[in-house]
Design a binder for this molecule. Structure first.
Ligand SMILES: NC(=O)c1ccc[n+]([C@@H]2O[C@H](COP(=O)([O-])OP(=O)(O)OC[C@H]3O[C@@H](n4cnc5c(N)ncnc54)[C@H](O)[C@@H]3O)[C@@H](O)[C@H]2O)c1
Length: 452
């Protein structure tokens, strides 16, 4: 789901435009929330945030304040990079206290909630620390990327009793919610199997290998980082726990699979030869948030795709067995010409086909097609209505999850709010899958952590 807003005009449009459809949509929402908030005399949630990269500073920063500023305020910003935290603060109006020390931020701001949007491998550490210090937390996906982190989360929550939300926005896409409705309504009877194929293109897919994600220690491979969305969707749709996983993976394209390489693209001597050269200099926001902050941590957002230290596969295949008997076949391929997903549900009474495709560059919205076929009764397309503004922010999913979390009294008939257990079960599949790739054996979720 993290569709990086590569197209500059679109990103600028979302972030700075005062007349865009998204801004108008947000303003309209904010207007109605405002009136409601005033009527209900709602006390704003005081949120502190750690990890002021692109996700933290936009979705959970500028956009959150724009959309739900009557319900939530940001009382502190923290990042290990002292320059980036200041950029984020500027984007949010320049008045929020900034920190590089997490404990100090919590001590000085005493927030109601702590949002964790740092690099994946530190989510568990910050969530646990917040809980230990007596605060409720929220974490971006994946909740964790190792079995040890999973157990630490379980033990810490048990001891502290604090609340945790995991922000699985992929549950909030319109087509994905419709699938859940169809399954809940029993339209295809008992679920026998699901086939889930994820396609990431040579822009978005490749971008994971330019960034910190290409190192397993940071991301837990794309099986934790990216597929955590898909494994969570599967757990939610199937409504059962994963039990056992077997997987394969291979690095076919990136990393050492080239004869040319440099540290990063901007100074690269092979710009003309490289089929995947990326010019970050055309992106004003990225130049400010990343290039302008390199002196503090040496991190290149336009890192070379062909670095020898890339140690995660770009091609994955996995089988998952569920407690209720459902069998899943999953694949992720980060080297293909276009973006999308094919998800097929086979049940005792019929079948659902969800097809999210984008044969254009991925800055253009997905086309979604949802088909319901009943045994011996023909096939129909299920109507999906795109609303104004849904083009942006993962097809409206980001906006919906923010409302669900911050607006009091929101109904949740589809069970979309996700907590610790959902986070663990999603990451559990990813950890089991990379363990299976490394060891060549079937891995049980119960060997990884003890949730009882
Ligand atoms: N749900 C979605 O659709 C979605 C989309 C994008 C990103 N994400 C998630 O958001 C998180 C951030 O992703 P991003 O794209 O913003 O990455 P990013 O690289 O832009 O930002 C990560 C930030 O974490 C900071 N950081 C790293 N280690 C730290 C530490 N130990 N302490 C404090 N700060 C630290 C970095 O300096 C950086 O500012 C990731 O976990 C990612 O999975 C989710």
């Amino acid at each position: 789901m993290d569709r990086l807003d590569k197209n500059i005009s679109r990103r600028e449009f979302i972030r700075h435009s005062t007349v865009s459809a998204a801004a108008l949509g947000a303003a309209a929402m904010a207007g109605s929330y405002s009136a409601l908030a005033a009527q209900q005399k709602i006390k704003k949630v005081r949120m502190a945030l750690v990890g002021t990269g692109i996700r933290g500073s936009t979705t959970w920063g500028t956009e959150l304040l724009k959309e739900l500023g009557d319900y939530v305020e940001i009382v502190g910003l923290c990042d290990i990079n002292p320059l980036r935290v200041e950029v984020a603060n500027r984007w949010m109006g320049g008045k929020i206290p900034t920190f590089t020390d997490f404990d100090k931020m919590l001590d000085q701001t005493k927030p109601d909630r702590v949002m964790v949007t740092v690099m994946d491998c530190y989510h568990a550490q910050y969530v646990c620390r917040a809980m230990e210090l007596g605060y409720d937390a929220m974490s971006e996906k994946p909740l964790c990327s190792t079995a040890e982190q999973a157990q630490q989360l379980i033990d810490t929550q048990k001891r502290t009793g604090r609340k945790l939300d995991v922000t699985f926005n992929a549950r909030y896409g319109q087509a994905e919610m419709k699938v859940k409705e169809l399954l809940l309504a029993g339209e295809i009877g008992d679920l026998y199997s699901v086939d889930y194929a994820e396609f990431l293109d040579l822009d978005h897919g490749a971008s994971y290998f330019r960034r910190w994600h290409g190192i397993k220690h940071n991301s837990g491979t794309l099986l934790c980082h990216k597929a955590s969305h898909h494994f969570d969707q599967l757990n939610w749709w199937i409504d059962s726990d994963p039990v056992e996983v077997v997987a394969y993976g291979r690095l076919n394209k990136y990393g050492s699979n080239s004869s040319i390489r440099h540290a990063n693209c901007r100074p690269c001597p092979y710009k003309k030869q490289c089929e995947l050269y990326y010019d970050m200099t055309t992106d004003k926001a990225f130049m400010e948030l990343y290039a302008g902050c390199e002196s503090a941590d040496g991190y290149y957002r336009d890192g070379c795709l062909w670095r020898h230290d890339i140690d995660i596969p770009d091609t994955y295949s996995a089988q998952i067995k569920y407690k209720n008997g459902t069998l899943v076949t999953y694949s992720l391929n980060a080297t293909v010409p276009f973006e999308g997903q094919l998800v097929v549900f086979n049940g005792s009474k019929g079948r659902i086909d969800l097809r999210n495709y984008n044969t254009q560059p991925w800055t253009v919205p997905y086309e979604s097609e949802l088909r319901l076929t009943r045994n011996f009764k023909g096939s129909e397309l299920v109507k999906l209505e795109r609303q104004a503004g849904e083009f942006f922010e993962h097809g409206g999913a980001d906006s919906r999850i923010k409302q669900m979390i911050f607006k009091p009294g929101m109904p949740d008939p589809l069970g979309q709010l996700a907590g610790m257990r959902a986070g663990l079960m999603s990451s559990g599949i990813g950890i089991a899958a990379y363990t299976s790739i490394e060891t060549g054996r079937r891995v049980k979720i119960s060997e990884l952590f003890n949730i009882a």
